[in-house]
Design a protein around this ligand. Sequence first.
Ligand code: C5P
Length: 220
Amino acid sequence: MVVAVDGPAGAGKSSVCRELARRLGFAYLDTGAMYRATAWAVLQSGRQEASAEELAEVLKDFPLEFDIRDGSLRILWQGKDVAEDQLRTPQVTAWASRISQQKPVRDLLVHWQRRLAAQRDVVAEGRDMTTVVFPDASIKVFLTADLTARVRRRLGDYRKMGLDPDPDKLADEIRMRDEADAGRALAPLKPAPGAWVVDTSDLTFEEVVELLSKRVGSRR
Ligand code: C5P
């Protein structure tokens, strides 16, 4: 079974989907982390400015692998685990948004995502789960929230990492990323036909998890 969840940055997808997966006994597939890991690895290789054609070549023998361990995504670079906090820096965030517009990157990651989901039940979260990767998912959700709520949540995330970004700059960064994700030619962020749109602006974390798990429960 696939529960597919899309939505803009800071709508609470990651924390909600991680907890939802835990309660359901499903694996949690954080596809944003896969784009971040690819951006991080491309930065490690110094190939971030490569054209789509060059990137396709680079990705052919790329020592980046994905797996599911203990119910969540495992990212391996040259056979070693990549630490999650390396993928959450502002630099990697900005490059993830850029390289996710490249077809070779999307093709590679969509392939991995379907492969991982073929092995087990998953809660898959990202920007194109409901529209492109799993259009036949049992449950399709578009999780959203107003910009103020999303900035507040992202500020909290960064502060936990010891960073203290300017709220106005963060709002601009989120807005720009949303526009890039929604306006791009390939797999743009949008609610899929038949997706259930949930606005989390005025809901607590617990309320959102409850809403979603009830919906999944009624479909099982
Ligand atoms: O969800 P997160 O903020 O970690 O995603 C980082 C970036 O990866 C997004 O801004 C988006 O450009 C890209 N992404 C994507 N498709 C997905 C998941 C993430 O293009 N399924």
